[in-house]
Design a protein around this ligand. Structure first.
Ligand SMILES: Cc1cc2nc3c(=O)[nH]c(=O)nc-3n(C[C@H](O)[C@H](O)[C@H](O)COP(=O)(O)OP(=O)(O)OC[C@H]3O[C@@H](n4cnc5c(N)ncnc54)[C@H](O)[C@@H]3O)c2cc1C
Length: 299
């Protein structure tokens, strides 16, 4: 919401942004919105990009943090949402809350799937809100998924690292390259917009490796960095960082699909790394196309 490339914005930027979108508000409402985006120690008149990244969630999972202007923006910003959709969102947020509470009681991690960009902003936002709430103390309940084939991802991971430090939650994430390359490019071409995915495989590899370096170098003993990849070079890079920093304490974990790169999984587990095999299951008509797509990617 209101993501602005400038380092700082003030209340007039926010006011103008809403007015340009035809959203009407009272003065007390804009003040409430502006203040809700600030970190607790911010007593100034501006908001940083980091505050916007960490706090500007339009669809708040915590019911107590919702207020009327957020509803007006959600409905008024041109996405075609209506009050009925917001009721459905309310139901969904209850379910997400129930699932995460249960996982939290059992100290069991939830791995959040990252999907196509037309829905990923919402998934990412929910995952971030839950991470801030549940990845605290000794727990790593939510592993939000970050797709490094996206051009914006290095900036996102930089912000995620800073937000975790600033707000005091554990840096806990799942890094993937991303599974919808062709679809993303086709959609971008269809709508005449720049493709959100890197233009070359090399750029995707560089982005993945930069993000894993950022995450590992900024991790601490309470972090979990889950590298879901079959790429030998990225895995070797991660191992060299782990050995170099002397952090062989299972904070960095590895996952591969069952039946894919089993030699990598076997080698990692022999070297005493925590490794996971990802086992898709479900109706044949869903699982077979999924496996075919994964097979095509890893050719
Ligand atoms: C445990 C697990 C969880 C996963 N969860 C998710 C998830 O939540 N969301 C999701 O989207 N995927 C998920 N995946 C799938 C994952 O994105 C693919 O397995 C992955 O993209 C394959 O990449 P790789 O790291 O194994 O490496 P490689 O085989 O080295 O790289 C292939 C990947 O590079 C990218 N690529 C290929 N060609 C190009 C090109 N020309 N230009 C730019 N980029 C290119 C694509 O992302 C392609 O998939 C998961 C995989 C595993 C193992």
């Amino acid at each position: 919401m209101f993501y602005n490339k400038r380092e700082q914005i003030d209340i007039n930027d926010l006011r103008n942004s809403l007015t340009e979108r035809g959203i009407q508000f009272e003065e007390h409402e804009i003040n409430k919105l502006f203040n809700s985006l600030k970190f607790l120690d911010n007593t100034g008149d501006t908001l940083s990009r980091l505050e916007i990244f960490a706090n500007a969630h339009l669809f708040k999972l915590d019911k107590n943090s919702r207020f009327d202007l957020l509803r007006k923006i959600a409905i008024g910003c041109g996405t075609g949402l209506n009050d009925h959709d917001l009721k459905l969102f309310e139901k969904m947020s209850h379910r997400l809350h129930d699932i995460t509470e249960l996982a939290n009681d059992r100290n069991c991690s939830l791995y959040v799937d990252a999907e196509q960009t037309y829905m990923q902003a919402a998934i990412e936002s929910f995952g971030q809100q839950l991470s801030q709430k549940y990845n605290v103390g000794s727990k790593n309940i939510i592993l939000n998924g970050y797709q490094c084939y996206l051009k914006r991802m290095k900036g996102v991971i930089e912000h995620e690292v800073q937000a975790a430090e600033k707000l005091g939650y554990n840096l806990t994430l799942k890094l993937i390259r991303g599974a919808y390359l062709s679809e993303e490019r086709e959609l971008a071409e269809k709508f005449g917009v720049e493709s959100p995915v890197h233009d070359t495989l090399e750029n995707t590899h560089n982005c993945y490796n930069d993000c894993l370096k950022l995450a590992i170098q900024n991790s601490n003993s309470k972090s979990v960095i889950f590298l879901a990849s079959h790429n030998q070079d990225s895995i070797e890079l991660a191992k060299s960082l782990i050995y170099g920093k002397g952090i062989n304490d299972y904070r960095v974990r590895f996952g591969q699909l069952k039946g894919f790169a089993d030699q990598i999984t076997g080698q990692l587990s022999q070297e005493d790394f925590k490794t996971y095999k990802y086992l898709p299951f479900g109706p044949t008509e869903h699982v077979m196309p999924y496996l075919v797509r994964r097979g095509q990617e890893s050719k």
